[in-house]
Design a protein around this ligand. Structure first.
Ligand code: PMT
Length: 218
């Protein structure tokens, strides 16, 4: 219908940061607040979708009226949660700021202060978007984000191709993280680009309306 174009559709959204444990008291993470992903989840629900939110730890309230919320900490946990669910959704939107690397070992005991320098060895986390992009079913739309600090559109397009996403929302990590507003480039497979500036809810709405069109055309 006009007001509920996502009625009958199932949408999976990831949001927030992941945290990668160094020892029982320390971790590596990033500045994602969860606002962008929660706005998408909120607006998807308002547009009639059945919404599952998979979220890392945030300091903001969970969005209301979700059909399911899965709370995780690490990239590995988010990877497992997304993979176990991915087949059931029409649209998957990977907005989380997933840590690319994690400490190779998470120490059992608190690391003691002694030497002047301390080196923590990191190893790669699995790439959730890349995995689902390359195993998506027909008619499933996979949307990724790209948080860049330079060459935003070029780097976004490179991620679209490499991760086999249908759409990439590219934004400037420095201004996007934590703010209520965002400035994005929505990049489609045919290399058409839509530039948007506004509140995260406004951007979420425009994005979801565009995704409805992609669904109709697929
Ligand atoms: O949470 P906010 O404060 O509102 O900030 C919003 C945001 C800046 C976090 C959001 O708009 C955004 O850009 N999210 C993606 C952040 C990110 O991890 O970007 P990336 O360019 O490093 O990763 C590209 C894509 O791959 C993303 O869809 C990411 O979810 C995914 N990824 C990355 C690494 C990994 N190991 N697995 C992944 O799935």
């Amino acid at each position: 219908s006009e007001e509920k174009p996502l009625e009958g559709k199932k949408v999976l959204v990831t949001a927030g940061p992941t945290v990668e444990s160094i020892d029982p008291v320390r971790y590596i993470s990033n500045h994602s607040s969860g606002k962008m992903g929660y706005s998408i989840a909120t607006v998807a629900k308002r547009l009639g979708a059945d919404v599952t939110l998979i979220t890392g730890p945030t300091c903001i309230e969970y969005p209301f009226f979700m059909d399911e919320i899965v709370s995780i900490k690490s990239a590995e946990e988010m990877y497992k949660a997304v993979l176990s669910k991915k087949d059931n959704y029409d649209i998957l939107i990977m907005c989380a700021a997933v840590a690319d690397y994690k400490p190779k070992v998470s120490a059992q005991q608190k690391i003691k202060k002694s030497a002047e320098t301390l080196t923590i060895e990191l190893e790669k986390n699995p790439d959730i978007l890349e995995t689902i992009g390359h195993s998506k079913k027909e008619n499933q739309i996979v949307v990724g984000f790209a948080a860049e600090t330079e060459n935003i559109i070029e780097n976004g397009y490179e991620k679209l191709v490499r991760k086999n996403a249908d759409v990439i929302v590219a934004n400037d990590a420095r201004t996007a993280m934590g703010n209520d507003r965002n400035h994005v480039y929505i990049i489609f497979k045919n290399n058409s680009i839509v530039e948007l500036e506004g509140t995260k809810e406004e951007i979420a709405k425009e994005l979801l309306i565009k995704l409805c069109k992609v669904l109709q055309e697929s």
